[in-house]
Unconditional design. Structure first.
Length: 336
């Protein structure tokens, strides 16, 4: 009897130990963002921080992290929208930040992605508007995008949603790779080339203020092209996801005028293969009061990321919500 009892106690101790180890096993969750000089990277980092609660972390009610228990989310710098969506589709990333227009085109397999649908893409939330910055050297102006013909132009990096949209816009004004000297560069590289006189202008869509442009404006100086209302309508007709927006005066040093420009929504995208309960927990953590504080005290665009606007434009986009996210929004009454 004593021997049997000892075995039983030992077995129980082993099971308890195994359970404790299992409870400590972390779940890693990679979020594709963008270049370090843009907006996706800092916003993605804030979201990763908000939804994480590593094993052994202090509980939320005791001043610790208030994310999903056992989750370690990591923001990874990438070439942005196209890369992120492809990586989510292929299982190379669990989630990513991506522009709404590119996400729709890739999900449906239309436009540039004709015949190459990405059916695994799902939405967790609409985040914030990404304003198109058409950056010019200090003192330079253009009447419209057609003036960039024959110029040295940064069209954003390959794999970015900005490049896909910009090439469509330029084509409407008769400008293409054949009649301009294009450069495929990230935002920081473009700002450096412009400052050195190697570019006549460059494009970048991001939530303002953009770190690389803040530095450019405060050192060499820069101008931003402000579109006419007619040109904004023309762009909206070409790419419906790009809607009229504006960058307020004073966002960048020396740019003391309002800049009318098109903007597209940034989305938090995830794979349909991710477990419903995990995405439910992540969505819930994204909108808790702790993450709210992180968003409000981080990048300026964080204040525009709200649960109230989390479903704006999602139904019309044609890309489904993830079932776990949908469950959360139903619980709080945002979906009937």
């Amino acid at each position: 009897m004593k021997f049997t009892k000892k075995l039983t106690v030992a077995a129980i101790a082993t099971l308890l130990s195994a359970s404790a180890v299992a409870a400590q096993n972390p779940t890693f969750f990679r979020i594709g963002t963008g270049g370090a000089g843009g907006t996706y990277f800092p916003i993605g980092g804030t979201i990763a921080n908000g939804i994480s609660a590593p094993p052994g972390a202090r509980p939320c009610d005791k001043g610790g992290q208030c994310g999903v228990p056992g989750l370690i989310a990591i923001a990874q710098s990438t070439t942005a929208s196209v890369f992120n969506n492809a990586a989510v589709q292929n299982g190379e990333l669990e989630a990513g930040l991506a522009a709404a227009d590119v996400t729709r085109s890739m999900y449906l397999g239309e436009g540039k992605f004709e015949g190459k649908p990405h059916p695994n893409l799902r939405i967790i939330a609409n985040l914030y508007p990404e304003d198109l910055h058409v950056v010019l050297p200090k003192g330079a102006t253009i009447d419209n995008l057609g003036d960039l013909e024959g110029k040295r132009v940064g069209i954003a990096q390959a794999g970015s949603g900005t490049q896909v949209a910009v090439l469509q816009m330029l084509d409407a004004w008769g400008v293409n790779r054949d009649n301009m000297d294009e450069a495929e560069l990230n935002n920081s590289q473009s700002a450096e080339r412009l400052a050195d006189g190697q570019l006549d202008g460059y494009f970048y869509a991001a939530g303002w203020p953009v770190a690389a442009m803040v530095q450019l404006a405060s050192t060499k100086g820069m101008e931003l092209h402000s579109f006419s209302d007619a040109d904004l309508k023309k762009i909206n007709d070409i790419i419906p996801a790009y809607i009229p927006s504006s960058i307020p005066a004073g966002v960048y040093e020396g740019v003391d005028y309002e800049v009318k420009t098109p903007a597209v929504s940034a989305m938090l995208v995830v794979s349909a293969d991710q477990p419903d309960e995990l995405i439910y927990g992540i969505t819930k953590a994204l909108w808790n009061s702790n993450t709210r504080k992180l968003l409000d005290n981080g990048h300026a665009k964080g204040k525009q990321i709200t649960v109230e606007s989390s479903l704006d434009g999602v139904a019309a986009l044609g890309v489904p919500l993830h079932a776990g996210a949908e469950k959360f929004y139903r619980e709080i009454g945002m979906i009937d």
